[in-house]
Ligand binder design. Structure first.
Ligand code: FAD
Length: 295
């Protein structure tokens, strides 16, 4: 984890932002608005993430909450089609659960007047899965405009899927991006894919407008086939992809009439996000190294 420590230093992040640029819209709200506008023009919606995680001070968590206030206001003023995604550890979950819930509720209230008031809670490492779902359920009792993320690589996820179906909560399903131990998570890709497809089918058939987050064409094709076989309309779910990853696939899905939402991170605290993108795919590491050499 020494590499992560290095890239998390603010001096590194200031000097090397160009490395992360492919995956991050920019450092400011204005750049985030531009990125959303460009995607809206191509028929896609978005979800904006103000970068940051693992905050351990109340002041920093409040700064993150305030950054979301600024963000949801800007979305309204620019009239762009996007909602927001938050990480609870950036909202103070590691400080105190009630404090993170209060910050989350404040963001939900601030986003309420927006065209798309939805607030997505990203799922982080397994150390905070239970707390994240607890906070989600408390917020959901107050507002239906909030939804969790479930990770197909976790063995617990089919149970969580059933619970979210019962609650009528809107779920984003992804494979999972953290390095989890084998007793709680599947480690091999064929098993993770099978787990993903099973959860996706349950959510498609019985869930509430799932967001199916993946760039894996095998999974996308399995979802397309299942939806066609069951006669599920294209307004019953959306595909979600990450900013800068497989833009040609994003465009193909729009051309085929699917709803597509792109997850757009922005801000100066890009290290953790960038680290996950680079370590999960060797193409991304090669891309980052090439950017370094080309300067
Ligand atoms: C919208 C969205 C939100 C997410 N939210 C969360 C979250 O809250 N919590 C969490 O743990 N994880 C989250 N993730 C990350 C997710 O868990 C995976 O780590 C990530 O999406 C990679 O898995 P994949 O399904 O895209 O498949 P992969 O196996 O990574 O990719 C499938 C195929 O896509 C192609 N591909 C992928 N990336 C590239 C690339 N950069 N360049 C070229 N080809 C590429 C390759 O051909 C690859 O074989 C999110 C992902 C998305 C798309």
């Amino acid at each position: 984890m020494a590499v992560l420590d290095l890239i998390q230093s603010s001096a590194f992040q200031r000097r090397f932002f160009f490395l992360a640029k492919r995956f991050i819209a920019g450092e400011t709200v204005a750049e985030a608005m531009e990125a959303v506008r460009a995607l809206n023009a191509q028929g896609m919606t978005a979800t904006l993430d103000f970068l940051g995680e693992d905050v351990t001070s109340r002041e920093e968590a409040e700064r993150t909450r305030d950054a979301y206030f600024e963000l949801v206001r800007a979305i309204r003023e620019h009239d762009v089609d996007t909602n927001v995604s938050v990480k609870l550890t950036a909202m103070g979950l590691l400080v105190d659960e009630g404090f993170a819930l209060a910050n989350l509720l404040a963001v939900i209230d601030a986003a309420a007047p927006n065209r798309d008031p939805f607030v997505r809670i990203d799922m982080e490492g397994s150390a905070v899965s239970d707390a994240t779902l607890r906070v989600f359920e408390q917020a959901f009792a107050r507002s239906a405009a909030v939804g969790p993320v479930l990770q197909a690589y976790l063995k617990r996820t089919p149970d969580d899927v059933e619970r979210m179906i019962r609650l009528r909560a809107r779920v984003r399903l992804c494979k999972g991006a953290y390095d989890e131990p084998a007793d709680i998570a599947y480690k091999d890709m064929p098993t993770i894919r099978r787990a993903y497809v099973r959860c996706a089918e349950s959510l498609l058939e019985r869930g509430n407008y799932p967001g199916l987050a993946t760039h894996d064409v095998r999974l996308i094709e399995a979802i397309e086939t299942f939806a066609k076989e069951r006669g599920l309309g294209r307004d019953r779910f959306e595909f979600q992809l990450l900013y800068g990853v497989r833009p040609e696939l994003q465009r193909r899905l729009v051309a085929d009439g699917y709803r597509v939402r792109v997850y757009i991170p922005y801000g100066t605290h890009w290290a953790g996000y960038f680290y996950r993108r680079v370590t999960e795919r060797k193409e991304n590491l090669v891309f980052a190294l090439r950017s370094l050499l080309q300067r």
